[in-house]
Design a protein around this ligand. Structure first.
Ligand code: SAH
Length: 490
């Protein structure tokens, strides 16, 4: 198995700098022994204008089996013959990725003391992999590499050139070209995506693979449109690991998205925008919290979840009222929770007060046993931060699994947006909003959720209820149907 990396250059920036970046001298052919064969690095061409480094991995399938490294998934031996006769010597599989990381470890980390500026600058790069096993075919190859700035050619390799009627093999000849990437970025893409395309790891995948994936995926995997497929395949479809990795990627995405933004996310609408468009002095965020507190008091709840609590303003209000005996703030963003804990002065709080409150990190897109058995849950300006396809997961986690007696959900009413003087037409109120609903859309959603999970709903306007476009914030109040009956009977 084999891959080449080429670059172009000129007298001022000779292409042979590639040798410095890879920490391998262009004039020498070098050999590295690995536990499953020998890796060779050599340069088929090396001058100022063009330089190509080749990584060739010589696999010994017999040795691989003898050393117990040819086992199938879960350590079960493959069918006897397949252990010896397989594509390992020829195809660019996870073995090549491992060799890549072993032989070019400094280059992967962009360490280059001789040419630091070249290591940090995008280069004209061309990568060629003559036989890449690609489960998912050329289309998937393009979907994986193109969003990263590569132009991709992936031609299926025929099973046998003399018998074209046999059709194509599952291998493609891959050529990647880009001028936008540094060498380290390119190597990290290959390190992750070669085994993802092969979709069969030669070794047992354990939890430290999550760390490796996040390290190699830094800067490009969070937010990649195929992030889920990449993560799941890279971790050999081990669900618990995939979930761990997806949660961590979500955190990274949120952390990158904000800095200045957490501030804004926290209030869903920056308070000054709202205050400007508002006749009443109380900003909408304050009115929202008042409406939520009133609904919670009315429901008789004592133990309350604030799901997607952000920087903890509602938690702070809840703490002021002793009828709320247990308050749990949940958020996926560690940064938001840190700010919340500072706001609440958790470290300086008396024991009694501190025993009422907990802040926990978690994603609402997954069921969580820690959230079961509460009287009420609040989702204030949270649902619109989830991609619509992820919303059913949250619905199930909250209404199907945690199942509090009361659930309050607030979200912007998009009809009201025409009343914000500062909001250009057709814009959502906050950059991180994935959708904003009309009153009808929200009611339709709430009715479906209630029906599916056994709740009854009511609706409360928050903010000035405009006769034409309705209120700026809409709130749904869900009560579990079984407890509703009990309450009526009592
Ligand atoms: N409830 C607060 C904050 C709303 S902003 C308020 O009303 O002001 C939305 C919050 O939801 C953010 O803090 C964000 O980190 C959090 N969030 C977004 N997606 C989430 C998820 N999948 N799981 C948990 N929290 C999430």
């Amino acid at each position: 198995m084999f891959l080449t990396i080429s670059t172009r250059g000129d007298a001022a920036h000779p292409a042979t700098d590639l040798g410095y970046l890879l920490h391998k001298h262009p004039d020498k052919a070098q050999k590295f022994s690995t536990s499953y064969g020998t890796a060779h690095v050599f340069y088929p061409e090396a001058d100022d204008r063009r330089c190509t480094a080749a990584l060739l991995l010589e696999i010994d399938p017999v040795a691989l089996v003898r050393r117990g490294k040819g086992k199938g998934r879960g350590g079960a031996p493959d069918a006897a013959l397949a252990q010896y006769v397989n594509d390992r010597p020829y195809a660019a599989s996870s073995l090549l990725a491992v060799a890549l990381s072993a032989v070019f470890s400094s280059a992967l980390r962009a360490v280059c003391t001789a040419r630091p500026e070249r290591a940090a600058t995008p280069l004209p790069l061309r990568v060629e992999v003559p036989a890449l096993p690609a489960r998912g075919g050329p289309d998937l190859v393009r979907q994986l590499f193109e969003p990263l700035g590569w132009s991709v050619s992936a031609d299926p390799v025929p099973l046998d050139t003399e018998f074209p009627q046999w059709g194509d093999s599952r291998y493609v000849r891959l050529v990647l070209e880009s001028e936008k990437l540094t060498l380290a970025e390119a190597l990290r893409h290959l390190y992750v995506l070669l085994p993802v395309l092969d979709d069969a790891k030669h070794y047992w995948v354990s939890s430290d693979e999550v760390d490796k994936l996040l390290r190699a995926g830094a800067g490009w995997l969070p937010g990649h449109p195929e992030q889920k497929l990449i993560t799941s395949r890279y971790l050999s479809r081990r669900w618990s690991l995939t979930r761990q990795a997806m949660e961590r990627l979500e955190l990274v995405r949120l952390a990158e998205a904000d800095d200045s933004e957490v501030e804004a996310i926290d209030n869903a609408v920056p308070e000054d925008t709202e205050a400007a468009a508002e006749e009443k002095p109380a900003p909408l965020a304050v009115q929202r919290r008042e409406a939520i507190l009133a609904a919670l008091r009315e429901s008789g709840a004592a133990r309350v979840l604030d799901l997607g609590c952000g920087q903890g303003q509602l938690v702070q209000e809840l703490l002021r009222d002793v009828r709320f005996t247990e308050i749990v703030g949940v958020d996926v963003s560690m940064r938001a929770l840190t700010i919340a804990s500072r706001r609440l002065r958790l470290d300086r709080m008396g024991e009694r007060q501190a025993s009422r409150i907990r802040l926990v990190q978690g994603s609402l897109a997954y069921t969580d046993n820690r959230l079961r058995g509460y009287d009420a849950a609040v989702l204030s300006e949270v649902i619109e931060h989830l991609d619509l396809p992820r919303l059913p997961a949250l619905e199930y986690a909250v209404f199907g699994h945690a199942r509090p007696r009361t659930v309050l959900v607030t979200t912007p009413n998009v009809e009201y947006n025409v009343r914000w003087e500062t909001l250009p037409a057709g814009h959502v109120r906050h950059g991180d909003h994935r959708f904003e609903w009309t009153r009808e859309e929200f009611r339709g959603w709430a009715a479906t959720v209630a029906e599916r999970h056994g709740y009854v709903t009511g609706f409360v306007p928050v903010g000035p209820d405009d006769p034409e476009v309705g209120p700026p914030t809409q709130m749904a109040v869900f009560h579990r149907a079984d407890t509703e009956k009990e309450a009526k009977a009592a």
